[in-house]
Ligand binder design. Structure first.
Ligand code: PHE
Length: 449
């Protein structure tokens, strides 16, 4: 039992499974189905995938446990949980800034995430009757030049996110998320079955799972690390915010492992569905952000009941994106509600407006603003993506690991964890205290220089 049981003003998840589903809802999203395959394709396939898996296991899972733990013990928004735990550990209140930085990172991610989610929403209206895979390549390229549609779908998506967060995450999510996520999982498996029929299944799978280490360099390792954080929703407080609503009886360790396992399975299955289609149709593996919008529509054209499955797939992908977007906005909104006594809907609209405005630049960065570069030679969209995923999230991860590993009193940590097995505790502490922070710093040094 906690020495001082606290409850969150925003509520507590009702069922035992709801936290897992909510955390999985945050984790599983565009990161798995849209971003993972195109990152793997741009970074040479197998070796990238291997490093990504290692990062998930050795860095992601230990940090996820730490994040849930901070949230559940603090029982409030990431910023205030950090403040509370810093006080409990008799250390600087400035640790609160970690939560504030997370809320900011959440808005940056939401701004471009919403644009990509808008693409998924737009594809619900596709007829799935194109004539070739290349046809879908061209139609995605011309879609990126259609400013009105891009801004329309971006706006619809942010608006829906804001509406749900305004009502309260728990009410907004619990009702439907546990019914819909399993259906998405089934469609992705169906797509894998289709991929076995393309004639290039083994080529696609070999591409994903045969590492070619000559392709590896510092920036690819950094990209894999960033993707591991992004896909597990780590480093910015999303999982921390949800941890605050987790019942105190639930075991944090096994929960984190279930979420990471589910999330990784969806990403790998998506890759196994997409790459065979790439090879069977002589498409480029490095097709960039359009990859899933080119390959999967063509799969639906060729599949029995393809129109139905196609629409269902993009509907569910949009919903998966929505349940992730909610968790991007929640840390900031919960903090405003607690600390500035703002009404929930006012905070949600205000912060949503910031993300929406930034997102306009991302939406236009493949057309009108394509010559405008921000970080290196990256356009606005890619700059937001790079800054948040490859810098802010891993940086947040370092501080979370240091806080739980070094700053919090060990007995408090153990009290919250409720793990009896000495060995597991030792291994977890070792990864949290040494492996995670040191590896991230090393990857930064390699990848950014
Ligand atoms: N994990 C989500 C996805 O894969 C994105 C996300 C990142 C959500 C960070 C919350 C926090 O789509």
């Amino acid at each position: 039992m906690n020495s001082e049981p606290r409850t969150s003003v925003h509520g507590t998840w009702s069922g035992r499974w709801t936290f897992i589903l909510a955390a999985a809802g945050s984790a599983v999203g565009l990161g798995n189905i849209w971003k993972f395959p195109y990152m793997a394709g741009e970074n040479g396939g197998g070796a990238f995938v291997l490093i990504y898996l290692i990062c998930i296991l050795l860095i992601g899972v230990p940090i996820m446990v730490a994040e849930i733990l901070i949230g559940r013990r603090g029982r409030s928004s990431p910023a205030n949980s950090m403040e509370y735990l810093a006080k409990e550990a008799n250390t600087f209140p400035a640790w609160k800034l970690l939560g504030v930085m997370g809320a900011v990172a959440g808005l940056l991610i939401l701004s471009f995430y919403s644009v990509a989610a808008g693409w998924a929403v737009a594809y619900i209206f596709e007829g799935f009757n194109g004539t070739s895979a290349n046809y879908y390549g061209e139609s995605f390229d011309s879609f990126l030049q259609d400013e009105t549609s891009l801004l329309f779908f971006h706006s619809i998506f942010i608006l829906t996110t804001v509406a749900i967060v305004a009502r309260g995450v728990i009410k907004g999510l619990e009702v439907w998320i546990n019914r819909l996520m399993p259906i998405l999982f089934i469609i992705v498996i169906l797509l894998c079955l289709y991929a076995t029929q393309t004639g290039a299944f083994f080529e696609g799978v070999a591409y994903l799972f045969t590492p070619d280490f000559s392709k590896i360099n510092g920036s690819i390792i950094l990209a894999a690390l960033g993707q591991a954080f992004f896909t597990l929703s780590l480093g910015m407080g999303a999982i921390m915010a949800y941890g605050a609503y987790m019942p105190s009886k639930q075991n944090i360790g096994s929960t984190a492992i279930s979420v990471a396992f589910l999330d990784t399975s969806v990403a790998l299955l998506a890759g196994m569905a997409i790459f065979p289609i790439v090879f069977a149709n002589d498409l480029q593996t490095a097709s960039g952000p359009g990859l899933v919008f080119v390959t999967l529509p063509w799969a639906f054209v060729n599949m029995p009941l393809g129109l139905l499955f196609g629409k269902l797939f993009f509907i569910l992908l949009s919903i998966a994106a929505l349940s992730s977007a909610i968790s991007l906005l929640e840390p900031g909104v919960a903090w405003f509600v607690e600390s500035f006594k703002t009404k929930r809907y006012v905070a949600a609209i205000g912060l949503g407006l910031i993300a929406w405005t930034l997102g306009i630049f991302s939406a236009l960065s493949f057309g009108l603003l394509s010559d405008f570069t921000l970080v290196g030679d990256r356009n606005f969209f890619d700059s937001m993506d790079f800054l948040s995923n490859q810098i802010l999230l891993p940086l947040g991860g370092i501080f979370i690991a240091i806080f739980v590993g070094w700053v919090m009193k060990k007995e408090k940590v153990l009290e919250e964890l409720e793990i009896k097995n000495e060995l597991i505790i030792k291994v977890w502490f070792f990864f949290l205290k040494y492996i995670a922070p040191l590896t991230i710093v090393m990857i930064f040094v390699e990848g950014l220089t």
